[in-house]
Design a protein around this ligand. Structure first.
Ligand SMILES: [Zn+2]
Length: 389
């Protein structure tokens, strides 16, 4: 929390701190201009002001009750004449449809017999018991989890596509959106292990998901330590793996040979930024995921060592993941976002084996960045992680 309302920039010009700028802009908007309030919500996302963001969105719908964008960003859905929290709206719909003898499968409510026949055909296709299949614009999700969990997950992953584009730009590799990607969501560890091994990805201790680039399938399972991962943990895993999938299918970042910190730090940047059904990079709102950061980001391992690791195996693995995540957070959001555009420049020119020299040329000397990074972790990241846990 900043105490002063005014901060001096490097040039000595007085600029408003984000909280103060929010108050000043909010006072001008008053009870009109819903578009202005929506823009102010964008400003809040950029500056990680999450409570103010909700306030700005609430003000938007107070002025314009039918504003669909603001409702969606508040995680609300239309239900008859009302707008309800998305989970509630879907539960209500499911109850009504099931009372009519319908079951959801693919992309529609179908007569139960029809849905059961499709489910049986899919079970033969994938080789394990499904609860539901869900088709969305970018995904086909085969899920052994219940409908409500799967719908929320689908909403989140679809939202992630937009979040990716907002942060990294519209950079489809081929100029067109990729074909629907398949997502497998398991509910028990033996099936997850069996399928993982069969696709050449025997799962290691602690792993709860992986992305298979060759067949474009994203697998979300359970951790090796627990029989079932918590719903929050599974969502965090799914969003993390989806980032790898989007990198592979959409972007300038060449996945093959890209530095591990760059891929894993960015995947957690999204995976830990879950708010309801939205991916808001930088939010640190997913308590299960941020546990890793909480435990690992005070490690004394220098950031240049993390950047050197071709893979994150070995005893220091949790610390490498945590530091890479904190590092990416710093590069995008630290020091009022001062490094974000240079970091993006580095990413956009990122060849498969982007070196530390490439990084230093684009962003700055690592030894110069390390002290403000450590300060950012202590003063900004750690307190906000503690708050969410
Ligand atoms: Zn990963």
């Amino acid at each position: 929390m900043r105490l002063g309302l005014l901060v001096a920039t490097a040039l000595g010009i007085l600029a408003l701190a984000p909280e103060a700028e929010y108050e000043a802009r909010a006072a001008k908007l008053g009870n009109k201009n819903p578009k202005g309030w929506l823009e102010l919500a964008n400003f809040c996302e950029e500056h990680l002001l999450w409570d103010k963001r909700s306030e700005a969105l609430r003000r938007t719908v107070a002025i314009e009750p039918g504003n669909a964008e603001a409702h969606a960003r508040l995680d609300e859905m239309r239900s008859g004449k009302d707008w309800l929290p998305a989970d509630e709206a879907e539960a209500k719909e499911a109850e009504e449809m099931q009372a009519k003898g319908l079951a959801f499968y693919g992309s529609a409510w179908l007569p139960q017999k029809e849905a059961a026949a499709l489910k049986e055909a899919d079970r033969k296709l994938v080789g394990w018991a499904l609860e539901v299949r869900l088709d969305t614009p970018h995904l086909r999700i085969y899920s052994a989890r219940p409908l409500d969990f799967t719908r929320r997950l689908a909403g989140l992953l679809e939202n992630e596509v937009g979040a990716y584009e907002r942060l990294y730009g519209r950079i489809w590799k081929s100029g067109t959106a990729p074909k629907a990607m398949q997502v497998f969501v398991f509910a028990d560890r033996p099936t997850f292990e069996k399928i993982a091994t069969a696709t050449g990805h025997p799962i290691s201790q602690g792993a709860s998901g992986f992305y298979e680039g060759g067949c474009r399938i994203l697998f979300v399972g359970v951790t090796a330590d627990k029989e079932l991962g918590s719903p929050a943990e599974l969502r965090c895993t799914a969003v993390h793996e989806m980032l790898h999938a989007l990198d592979h299918q959409m972007t300038h970042v060449n996945v093959v040979g890209a530095p591990c910190w760059l891929m894993e730090g960015r995947a957690n940047h999204f995976g830990f930024g879950i708010l309801g059904r939205q991916v808001l990079p930088g939010a640190l709102n997913e308590p299960d995921g941020t546990g890793l950061l909480h435990d690992g980001c005070t490690s004394p391992i220098p950031i240049s060592e993390v950047m050197d690791q071709a893979n994150f195996k070995g005893a220091n693995q949790p610390a490498y993941y945590a530091l890479a995540t904190a590092w990416v957070h710093f590069l995008f959001h630290g020091e009022d976002g001062r490094h974000a555009s240079a970091f993006r420049t580095y990413l956009s020119g990122c060849p498969g084996k982007a070196s530390k020299a490439d990084f230093e040329k684009a962003v700055g000397r690592i030894s110069d960045l390390e002290p403000p990074f450590r300060e950012y972790v202590q003063k900004t990241l750690r307190p906000s992680i503690r708050k969410t846990r």
